[in-house]
Write a new protein. Sequence first.
Length: 118
Amino acid sequence: VQLQASGGGLVQSGGSLTLSCVASGSIFSIVNMGWYRQAPGRERELVAIMDNRGDSHIADSVKGRFTISRDNAKNAVTLEMKSLKAEDTAVYFCHLERSVGLRTTAHWGQGTLVTVSS
């Protein structure tokens, strides 16, 4: 499975960015797709994730500002980020989980940097 993310960049506080991720390769039986982030000196944390029924979980820190969506036909997931804050600065990783038999396998994209200037 390959995950190609795009859309990161530099934005001023209060601005908006949209991250996109497309999966390719052995992409059958996808269960969850979403985004994690890792800020300097901090652990990777869940930002938003959506299952294949459309149910989503959004981190409290971004709830009301970030929106996740999926296009199952294109094996894509998008994260719309609004009202960005300096604390949103991080490397954002696309994440995918597949059901393989009785197991779930996790896959990561290469990360895309989001920098919010205050």
